[in-house]
Design a protein around this ligand. Structure first.
Ligand code: 3MF
Ligand code: MG
Length: 343
């Protein structure tokens, strides 16, 4: 029995296309995905605004809410919750040069429209969290935007969202690069600083993704720890990543088991989930996988996370204390390795 509730997004089951090649698998409908997520053992679904309401740019505000209600009925049918809605602000021709920090006034206005609609969709789905993965908020040509004005524009956009809905909470999903070269909000420290500068810091927190921390050259468990110390880790995207290259979204724990263990451990030690937070698994199946393997990475990641929960349960805090007292960190390290390697 896990102490955590787990969540996943529809984008985590995908057709296999990458920047260099076409799809390798067929599309699966949202309903089929939700049904399968439930069967695998997930408790909640994460949404982009247009995962819930496709083609939303061409709908009225009332129509968008109507469409979202149909998705809420689907969730109810399979006894699943919605965790958050994230405006997909990187896919549109109106956000080519960024969204909230774009140099174009009309593009920034469009980004706000999508952010407000995401809040409407979240309300229709029965959740109170918005995720901002700030994909194109940054530069690909450094001199094209002011690093000062960009941060101010981001804070201004978040303030408008906080003002639009007095209950909504915003989680900033930090990432240092990709698709931009330099991001305005690369780490948890940046997210916490942005939070503090908004009109209601109590409603602006962080979502840490393991791979994104590694891309920033940082340790995911320490990033989780940093935001936890501020009371602001409201979501995580656990996955894995082999060094500082393109974002890989590998199954959780498959590259660095000790690092994965320490992410689960810090979440357990700090009672993550006590306020209804979910552990999200933001993983992608390998492009080589066949249609019937479309969910394998989710099953594997969930299994690994639960196995690491069991390992963390067994962690001997008395032995840790003794090692700390004697300053024998070699012994502590070997203990951890044996804990992880022994059946
Ligand atoms: C990108 C991501 C995204 C976000 C998701 C929610 C595709 O690196 O991690 O997953 O998590 O879009 O905003
Ligand atoms: Mg993510």
């Amino acid at each position: 029995m896990s102490r955590f509730k787990y969540s996943v997004g529809p984008w985590n089951v995908h057709e296999g296309a990458d920047a260099y090649g076409p799809s390798t698998r067929e599309s699966i409908t949202l309903e089929e995905k939700i049904k399968k997520f439930k069967e695998i053992g997930f408790d909640a679904v994460q949404f982009h605004d247009d995962d819930a309401v496709p083609n939303m740019n061409n709908l009225t505000e009332a129509e968008i809410i109507e469409e979202a209600k149909k998705v809420k009925a689907l969730l109810d049918k399979y006894e699943m919750k919605a965790e958050f809605v994230a405006p997909r602000l990187w896919m549109d021709s109106k956000t080519t040069d960024g969204a909230f920090t774009s140099n174009s006034d009309s593009d920034r206005e469009f980004a706000m429209w999508r952010a407000f609609r995401s809040i409407d969709i979240a309300n229709a789905l029965g959740c109170d969290k918005i995720v901002l993965w700030l994909a194109r908020e940054g530069t690909i040509c450094y001199e094209s935007k002011s690093p000062v004005e960009s941060v101010k524009k981001l804070i201004d956009a978040i303030n408008k969202m906080l003002d639009y809905d007095k209950n909504i909470k915003i989680m900033i999903e930090t990432k240092p690069n990709e698709p931009v070269d330099r991001s305005v909000c690369p780490t948890m420290g940046h997210a916490m600083a942005v939070s503090a500068a908004t009109i209601d810091p109590s409603r602006v927190g962080g979502l840490l993704e393991s791979a994104h921390a590694i891309l920033a050259g940082l340790d995911p468990a320490s990033e989780i720890g940093f935001a936890t110390s501020m009371g602001k880790i409201w979501g995580v995207h656990l996955n894995d990543q082999n060094g500082m290259k393109f974002d890989q979204d590998k199954s959780f724990g498959v590259e660095n088991l000790r690092q994965a263990f320490n992410q689960i451990k810090v979440l357990m030690e700090n009672n993550f989930g006590a306020n209804g937070e979910y552990i999200g698994l933001d993983v992608k199946v390998m492009r080589t996988e066949k249609q019937e393997g479309s969910y394998k990475h989710l099953e594997n990641s969930l299994k690994i996370a639960k196995m690491l929960e069991a390992k963390a349960e067994k962690f001997d805090y008395d032995f840790q204390k003794k090692c700390i007292k004697e300053r024998d960190y070699e012994a502590l390290e070997m203990y951890v390795m044996e804990l992880l390697m022994k059946g």
